[in-house]
Design a protein around this ligand. Structure first.
Ligand code: NAI
Ligand SMILES: NCC(=O)COP(=O)(O)O
Length: 356
């Protein structure tokens, strides 16, 4: 029997990371019968005990009594100077909170690469707090990829509808770059790399061997035959034709006008009386083209998954929520889904490894 070992990096200590982790672990221990059981697993928190205890105390003060037994939690301690710890206040993003969250993630990655863990769940960090601490990365994804020694990686959001059971998967072709840079960053080469990653993940992580994938257009109405933009005519449509020839087992639709792309996923997510023809995955060309619909549908349960790494990485779809940090009111559903997905994807990889 496989028993995946999963690390949870506790994220920015001025945000809601540790709070949603503690709540999610308590909820997982008390899973409702309609939740499919996850395989047995070993969970280790990666953070700082003093900061974690502060979060626990605040949750107790906020009246939250159902927490996991602190003494049974496995904690990989990341030592921090008491001077640094004393600068951290809930809701106040700072260089100190950025430094702490950076070290939590670095430690989780180093131990994973050394073989101690099969997967990492990351609680949210603030990129600006990392920058204030001197660590300039577009996000956790890029640090994970750099440390894992890969340039072939992708940001995919996965959510299972609580209304219908349908699974939404959305991969972003570009991620944390200014909107102005998007058209220049997109190219047939980039799209080929992202599609390859997506097909690998659909096959290995989700056992989908003959996938249906939808590709978004870039411009309104996918360019309206060149009247509203040229990228679709110049390279996106020819690239899709080329990919259809290269992957005969793949159904590839697009470029679909970016607004209508999300109509059917929305129907499949919320339910409709008519049958809906959906895709196994949606490839959005830039951050907000993918994440606005994902968050509208699934803010409470979508999971940010990094594909292409030599280990599993998941994260909730929300951020540090500094505006509500320390108040005990954060919703832990997305973190719970991130932990569940990390366990099941890690178990899946262990099974594949044992078979080969
Ligand atoms: N995985 C990660 O590390 C992510 C980090 N971020 C970072 O988070 C910071 C804040 O970003 P925002 O755009 O404000 O997004 P955010 O997700 O932190 O907050 C947006 C709104 O949603 C609410 N919210 C978020 N999570 C919630 C939860 N679990 N329960 C209840 N309410 C919740 C917040 O209170 C806020 O009103 C930024 O520095 C950004 O870089 C953002 C997204 C993902
Ligand atoms: N919008 C998604 C996000 O900010 C997550 O970034 P990352 O820290 O997981 O790279």
């Amino acid at each position: 029997m496989v028993q995946p070992r999963v690390a949870i990096a506790l994220g920015d200590p001025a945000g809601i990371g540790a709070e949603v982790v503690l709540k999610a672990l308590a909820a997982l221990a008390d899973d409702s019968p309609e939740d499919p059981p996850e395989p047995p697993s070993k969970i280790t928190l990666v953070g700082n005990r003093a900061l974690l205890e502060q979060t626990c105390d605040r949750l107790v003060q906020a009246g939250f009594s159902y927490l996991p037994d602190f003494s049974t939690l496995d904690l990989l301690e990341v030592p921090l100077d008491s001077a640094l710890v004393s600068q951290i206040t809930p809701g106040a993003e700072s260089a100190a909170s950025g430094e702490a969250s950076f070290r939590f993630l670095q430690t989780a990655i180093a131990h994973t690469l050394a073989g101690k863990f099969d997967g990492i769940v990351t609680a949210p960090i603030a990129k600006s707090a990392w920058k204030a601490a001197g660590h300039v990365y577009p996000g956790q994804t890029e640090l994970l990829a750099e440390q894992a020694g890969t340039t072939r990686f992708g940001m995919m959001f996965v959510g299972r509808s609580p209304h219908t059971g349908w699974t939404l998967r959305a991969l972003l072709a570009t991620t944390h770059i200014p909107l102005r840079q998007v058209p220049d960053a997109l190219s047939p080469d980039l799209m080929t790399r992202k599609l390859g990653l997506l097909l690998d993940s659909l096959r290995d992580d989700f056992r989908i061997l003959q996938p249906r994938v939808a590709i978004a257009g870039l411009n309104p109405h996918s360019g309206e035959r060149g009247q509203l933009g040229h990228e679709e005519l110049e390279w996106l449509t020819p690239w899709i034709h080329q990919m259809r020839q290269q992957h005969p087992y793949l159904t590839l639709d697009g470029p679909i006008p970016p607004d209508t792309l999300w109509v059917r996923p929305g129907q499949a997510w919320f339910g409709t009386s008519r049958p809906v023809q959906t895709h196994d995955a949606y490839l959005a060309l830039y951050h907000d083209q993918g994440l606005i619909p994902v968050k509208l549908m699934a803010f409470d349960c979508a999971v940010n998954t990094t594909i292409g790494l030599p280990f599993v990485r998941t994260s909730p779809d929300h951020g540090t929520a500094f505006d509500i940090a320390g108040r005990g009111i954060a919703d832990a559903s997305s973190m719970k889904a991130a932990i569940r997905l990390a366990i099941s994807l890690s178990a899946q990889r262990l099974i594949l490894q044992n078979q080969s």
